[in-house]
Design a binder for this molecule. Structure first.
Ligand SMILES: Cc1cc2nc3c(=O)[nH]c(=O)nc-3n(C[C@H](O)[C@H](O)[C@H](O)COP(=O)(O)OP(=O)(O)OC[C@H]3O[C@@H](n4cnc5c(N)ncnc54)[C@H](O)[C@@H]3O)c2cc1C
Length: 368
C-alpha cells in the first residue's frame, strides 16, 4: 500500500509539473533550460581510489522512498518456463516458476502479487551508451553533497557500473514525459538539434504526433540528438526510474509453498516506421519498429535453472471466506485472471484435505 501511494505521489507530482510546463514553458524558459543544482556527486573508480567491495548499508531514512525496492529485494531462481499456446502467431503466454525455498524470510499467500524488477535489453543499453558516449564498464559511486537544506536520499545502490545503472534502474523504453525531454535541452550542443528538440517539447501538436502517436521510447528520442553531452550525474537526475511489474501468483501457497507460479502474456506491438516523420531515426533497424514490453520480454528470455530474477512479494487484498460453501464471484477487472487458478487450487486443496481429515477422523474415532 505504501509503495502504491509513493508511486501514485510521484506520478501525480510529475503530472502537475507537466501540466504547468505546458502552459508556462515560455515564461520559464530560462529557468527550465538551466543546469539543475544537484545534491549529489559521482566519483569514478580509478587506480588511486579503488572502491572496496563491501556493500554500503543504507538505512531506510537515506533511501528514496519511490525506489526503495532497488535496495530491498530477493534473488529467486527461475526453475521452469514453458509456452502455454500451441500456436504463437497471435502472441505468446508463458508459464514461469521461481524457487523461493532458500528465502526463509519470504512467505506468500494465495493470490498475492509477485513484484519483478525488470531489466532493459542489452541492445537498448548499448544504443544509449553509444549516444551518450558513456563507457559502460566504468564503475562509479554516488555521494551526497553535504550542507544542503534538503537531506539527500540515494536513488539506487552504488558502487555500480554504468551498464548496471542503465540496465536495472533507467526506464529507457517507456514513452517519456515532455518535462523529461525538456530537461535534456541544455545538454544538446548542436544548434540545429537544439532547435529541433525545442520544437518537439514546446509545440504540443508536434509532441503529440512525433512522440505520443509514433510511440517513441525515451532511448529513441535520445538518439535524435547525437550532440547530446550530458554528464552521468545529470543523466541520473533526469532519467525516469524503472518500476517493478506485478504478477498475480497463480500457484497456491498451500500446495506449492516453495515454488511460485505466474502466467505472463508477452507484450509485442508493431509500430509505425519513422521514415516519413519530421524526426526520422538514424538507425536502419528502426525500419521495422516493434515495441517489446520491458518485463515480459525479459521474462520470456530467462533461461530456467540458470537465470535468477530480483523480486519481492506484495500482499493482495483478496481473502478467502472461511466457509468453502460460500459462493464466490470472481471479477477480472481487466488485469487478468491469474488469481483464479490459485483460488481454485486453494479451494480444491482445502476441500480435499478437509474431507480427507474428516474421513480420517471418522475412521480413527470409530469404535472397533
Ligand atoms: C495487480 C496486477 C497484477 C497483474 N498480473 C498480471 C499477470 O498475472 N499476468 C500478466 O501478464 N500481467 C499482469 N499484470 C500486468 C503486468 O504488471 C505488466 O504491466 C505487463 O506484464 C506489461 O509489462 P511490460 O514491462 O512487459 O510492458 P511495458 O514495457 O510496461 O509496456 C506496457 C504497455 O505500455 C505501452 N507502452 C509503453 N511504452 C511504449 C512504447 N515506447 N511504445 C509503445 N508502447 C508503449 C504498451 O501499450 C504496452 O502494452 C498485472 C498488473 C497488476 C497491476
Amino acid at each position: 500500500m505504501e509503495e502504491d501511494f509513493e508511486e501514485w505521489k510521484d506520478r501525480f507530482i510529475r503530472y502537475l509539473k507537466d501540466q504547468s510546463s505546458s502552459t508556462t514553458l515560455d515564461d520559464n524558459e530560462n529557468e527550465q533550460e538551466a543546469y539543475p543544482e544537484l545534491d549529489f556527486k559521482i566519483e569514478f573508480e580509478n587506480e588511486e581510489n579503488g572502491f572496496n567491495n563491501t556493500h554500503h548499508h543504507y538505512p531506510s531514512s537515506e533511501i528514496t522512498a519511490s525506489t526503495k525496492f532497488y535496495f530491498s529485494n530477493f534473488n529467486s531462481l527461475c526453475v521452469e518456463k514453458r509456452e502455454l499456446r500451441s500456436d504463437t502467431s497471435n502472441g505468446s503466454t508463458i508459464h514461469l516458476e521461481f524457487d523461493i525455498s532458500n528465502l526463509k524470510t519470504i512467505n506468500y499467500e494465495t493470490a498475492d502479487n509477485l513484484a519483478i524488477l525488470p531489466k532493459i535489453s542489452e541492445e537498448v543499453v548499448n544504443r544509449v551508451g553509444d549516444v551518450l558516449g558513456y563507457d559502460l564498464t566504468s564503475y562509479f559511486k554516488i555521494s551526497p553533497i553535504l550542507n544542503k537544506k534538503k537531506k539527500f536520499k540515494f536513488p539506487f545502490p552504488t558502487p555500480t557500473t554504468i551498464q548496471t545503472f542503465l540496465t536495472n534502474y533507467c526506464d529507457l523504453i517507456s514513452i517519456p514525459r515532455r518535462s523529461t525531454i525538456t530537461s535534456i535541452l541544455p545538454y544538446i550542443t548542436d544548434e540545429g538539434e537544439y532547435q529541433n528538440c525545442k520544437r518537439l517539447v514546446k509545440d504540443k501538436d508536434c509532441w503529440k504526433t512525433e512522440v505520443e502517436e509514433m510511440k517513441r521510447s525515451f532511448y529513441e528520442i535520445l538518439e535524435l540528438f547525437p550532440s547530446l553531452e550530458i554528464p552521468l550525474d545529470h543523466f541520473i537526475h533526469v532519467c525516469p526510474k524503472l518500476q517493478p511489474r506485478y504478477y498475480t501468483i497463480s500457484s497456491s501457497s498451500k500446495v506449492s509453498p516453495n515454488i511460485i507460479h505466474i502466467t505472463v502474456s508477452v507484450i509485442r506491438e508493431e509500430l509505425d516506421d519513422l521514415s516519413t516523420s519530421d524526426f526520422p531515426s538514424h538507425y536502419e533497424e528502426d525500419d521495422d519498429r516493434v515495441f517489446h514490453g520491458v518485463c515480459t520480454t525479459y521474462l520470456s528470455n530467462l533461461d530456467p535453472h540458470y537465470d535468477s530474477i530480483q523480486m519481492f512479494i506484495r500482499e493482495s487484498s483478496f481473502f478467502h471466506p472461511e466457509s468453502l460453501s460460500t459462493p464466490l464471484i470472481l471479477i477480472g477487472p481487466g488485469f487478468g485472471l491469474n488469481h483464479q487458478p490459485s483460488i481454485f487450487i486453494y479451494t480444491f486443496y482445502v476441500s480435499f484435505f478437509r474431507n480427507w481429515i474428516c474421513s480420517y477422523e471418522s475412521i480413527a474415532t470409530r469404535e472397533i
